[in-house]
Design a protein around this ligand. Structure first.
Ligand code: 5GP
Ligand code: ZN
Length: 135
């Protein structure tokens, strides 16, 4: 017997296709409201939310709405969306008053670097001092 998607699944899938998102991706699902997160900022291009397991007094994740698995998967047309994401990260850091003392942006890329969610994201970390080299 063939199995057809329910109308809800079908409309969610067409939404994902329109937004360039992936319906099995945790961060795509957070960005489109299917999974709850503490939103910090959103616009047509990016979504920012608090990390569920903060590593600093302020720990925000910012993602492009477009599903890109990692920096290693950037396509020819992705420079603008990554540039926008970076610029919005700096805006968010300024709005959270992290710019005075300083803050750190981190993009873990691939498993050896500790990437666990394969939708490209910038960690915005602030509110404490950070060591170098990083762990
Ligand atoms: P990565 O390890 O890929 O660089 O970062 C993934 C981040 O996503 C981790 O810091 C982790 O705590 C966070 N994270 C994983 N699952 C969730 C979730 O369901 N909600 C939120 N808000 N953050 C999550
Ligand atoms: Zn995604």
């Amino acid at each position: 017997m063939r199995c057809f998607p329910t109308s809800r699944e079908s409309s969610a899938s067409s939404y994902h296709r329109r937004m360039g998102s992936n319906d099995r991706c945790l961060f795509c699902r957070i960005a489109n409201g299917e999974i709850t997160a503490r939103k910090v900022y959103e616009d047509d291009d990016v979504f920012a939310f608090e990390d569920i397991n903060p590593q600093a007094p302020t720990h925000v994740l910012i993602i492009p709405r477009k599903h890109i698995s990692s920096l290693d998967d950037l396509g020819d047309g992705d420079a603008a969306v990554i540039g926008t994401t970076l610029a919005r990260a700096a805006d968010i850091a300024r709005n959270l008053h992290l710019n005075g003392d300083g803050y750190r942006l981190v993009v873990n890329t691939g498993e050896a670097a500790g990437q666990t969610v394969f939708h490209v994201h910038f960690h915005i970390l602030g509110g404490r001092n950070f060591g170098w080299p990083p762990g």
